[in-house]
Design a protein around this ligand. Structure first.
Ligand code: MG
Length: 382
């Protein structure tokens, strides 16, 4: 079990649940970072008393510094602040719960500092999986996934040699619009799209779950985390979200991880791994479980998943371009500035326009990320 943690992105859904898990198991918090929700951040900081807090937004950081002047908490800002929080001497684990590619540099810095990464920021692996995984192997930094599917796969593979794995069965609920054709979804509102049937999550990831871009990002994330090819991963729709993912072994045995659909469970495990401790979450009652059903994804109805699988095969900067374009498009959709079906058009358009650069270094990846954002703002912004 780790001794102390830094939480990057503490005011988001995963960040808040990480704080709840840390308080439940009595784990100290050395550093917190947030973008600009300084009201909530101040309340968290006063309660947890971290040594250091970074606010990404410079203006909000100035206000926050004044607000907590009486506490003795050091305050930083910008990317520099996020990186300092990721490298704190006092923390041996960094929970990367920021949304989007802003998590990339702090994650690499934490790996260089030898921290365990409790990885909740999937964009980091989607954009720079080759670089991040190679760096982690070189520095001996552990990466423990927080995403429920990847935590499930990680758990199914515990104690197993890589040669035993035949394929990964990546499950997904199908989201709130499962089975509905695209033509019917033209006028979907943000309020409808963020209502996930099983999971309580932040707005961006809830929209990604509705379009199934989330499953596509997870597909790419799984390739990097577990060192497999696209052909080794099968997406299975499982609407009840009781099985969180499975692995098929070479002899045909399938091992699944089951539990109540609560992100608190994989978060707690990432902090206590390889130990397990009692949690505050509900238990499965098999006598009350109705059918567990499974189906193949329909890529015509959810083209974002097909696009992501194509980008996974293309490799290079294609996944980063797709993810960055999607991030901007989802932001526009949430502000009622873009139609629901245009999210796919924006992501696919960016990939078609910008193509892919092979074996990119970090600068090339960040440039592709910026180009994708600019493409969507120019071509889809009002
Ligand atoms: Mg997930």
């Amino acid at each position: 079990m780790v001794k102390s943690i830094s939480i990057l992105g503490c005011t988001g859904s995963i960040g808040r649940q990480t704080i709840a898990a840390a308080e439940h198991i009595g784990m100290p918090v050395a550093a917190l970072t947030a973008n600009k929700k300084i009201g909530m951040l101040e309340e968290q900081a006063r309660r947890l008393r971290p040594e250091f807090v970074a606010v990404y937004d410079e203006e909000a950081a100035k206000q926050f510094k004044i607000a907590v002047a009486d506490t003795g908490i050091r305050v930083g800002s910008g990317m520099e602040g996020l990186i300092e929080a990721a490298c704190m001497d006092g923390a041996d684990c960094v929970v990367t719960a920021v949304s989007g590619s802003v998590g990339l540099k702090p994650t690499l810095a934490a790996i260089d500092a030898g921290k365990r990464i409790a990885l909740a920021n999937k964009e980091t692996l989607v954009c720079a999986g080759d670089i991040v995984m190679a760096r982690a192997a070189e520095k001996g930094a552990e990466i423990v996934p927080v995403d429920s599917e990847h935590s499930a796969i990680f758990q199914c593979l515990m104690g197993r040699g890589r040669g035993e794995l035949k394929k990964i069965l990546l499950t997904g609920s199908g989201g709130p619009f499962r089975g509905r054709p695209r033509a019917e979804l033209e006028d979907v509102t943000p309020e409808q799209a963020v209502k996930h049937p099983n999971w309580s999550m932040g707005a961006k990831i809830s929209v990604d779950s509705a379009t199934m871009m989330n499953k596509g990002l997870e597909f790419i994330e799984a390739m990097h985390l577990f060192g497999v090819t696209p052909d080794d991963i099968q997406v299975v729709i499982h609407p009840q979200s009781v099985i969180h993912s499975m692995v098929e072994l070479v002899d045909g045995t399938v091992i699944a991880q089951l539990g109540v659909p609560d992100m608190g469970l994989p978060i707690q495990l990432a902090l206590t791994y390889p130990e397990r401790v009692p949690s505050m979450f509900g238990r499965l009652d098999f006598t009350k479980l109705k059918d567990l059903s499974f189906e193949a994804p329909d890529l015509e109805k959810t083209p974002c998943l097909g696009l992501a699988m194509d980008c996974a095969r293309t490799g290079g900067t294609a996944p980063c371009v797709m993810s960055a374009a999607n991030e901007v498009a989802v932001g526009m959709f949430l502000r009622h500035a873009l139609g629901y079906n245009r999210i796919y058009d924006a992501a696919a358009g960016a990939v078609a326009k910008l193509g892919s650069v092979r074996d990119p270094d970090l600068e090339t990846i960040l440039a592709a990320d910026s180009a994708a954002r600019a493409y969507v703002m120019e071509n889809f912004g009002k």
